[in-house]
Design a protein around this ligand. Structure first.
Ligand code: ADP
Ligand code: MG
Length: 237
């Protein structure tokens, strides 16, 4: 009898752009139904990894799963309102789709944006609509590329809470790329650091975060120690 794998595996992928090797025989096992946070210097291959996973960058022999991708830019449909940008990706009848979309917008503090078009939204609002869409879309893997970048700190903190709440309800396999160590510690089940190299990117740090999410906050000794540990590795790269 075959038991179902507990990880989603990327095995021996290679990506080159011209004479630049981003990945060579790179492998990574993503624990299913967990959040893997990816940190690492600019240019280390974080976005490329998400593109490979999603199939945007096709790799021979790699079969990409059904993905929900929150990009660094919002990529909303310009001729649809914020509400319809969410409703369009949902299944069901019109009324229930709009209802779910409305609820999500309200949780993302975007009630007033419902009927606005993307060009009428501030950058931060559009980004939140994109995060909302990513969370609502039913997929096997959720990919987020620095989703909270550029949002002010208070909002960032609240959105991380909402993100956690929605995520807990579905527990999808998630890859979350961020530059923020704290953000990673607040959301991750596992944190990895990618570093670039002549021979392609390598995972130079890989750690499970076992502290319950609800107990994670600045000032907690375990959180602070982990922050320092990760900080010291990143500044040395
Ligand atoms: P990160 O997201 O970690 O900052 P990327 O995955 O975007 O890094 O990029 C990894 C490396 O690959 C960088 O050196 C980048 O310049 C290069 N790269 C990414 N996409 C392309 C592309 N389409 N064409 C050429 N080079 C690329
Ligand atoms: Mg990137």
């Amino acid at each position: 009898m075959q038991t179902e794998r507990k990880t989603f595996d990327i095995s021996n992928i290679s990506v080159r752009f011209g004479d630049k090797t981003v990945f060579r025989d790179f492998s990574l096992a993503l624990p299913k139904n967990e959040i893997t946070c990816v940190l690492g210097p600019s240019g280390s291959g974080k976005t490329t990894l998400l593109k490979v996973l999603s199939g945007i960058l096709p790799i021979e022999g790699f079969c990409s799963p059904k993905c929900s991708f929150v990009f660094q830019d919002h990529r909303l449909i310009p001729y649809l309102t914020a509400l319809d940008n969410l409703a369009i990706i949902l299944d069901g009848d019109n009324v229930s789709r709009k209802e779910r979309a409305r609820l999500m917008l309200s949780d993302m503090e975007l009630k007033e944006a419902e009927n606005l078009y993307p060009h009428e939204l501030s950058g931060g609002m559009a980004q939140r609509v994109a995060i909302a869409r990513g969370l609502l879309y039913e997929a096997d893997i959720l990919l987020l590329d620095e989703p909270f970048k550029g949002l002010d700190l208070g909002l960032q903190e609240r959105l991380i809470k909402y993100f956690g709440k929605y995520w807990e309800a579905k527990r999808r396999t998630t890859v979350f790329v961020t530059h923020s160590i704290l953000e990673a510690i607040l959301v991750a089940d596992r944190i990895i650091i990618l570093d670039k190299g002549e021979e392609g990117a390598k995972v130079v740090y890989d750690k499970a975060v076992t502290l319950p999410r609800s107990a994670r906050a600045l000032g907690d000794p375990e959180v602070d120690a982990l922050r320092k540990e990760i900080h010291d590795i990143l500044v040395a790269l």
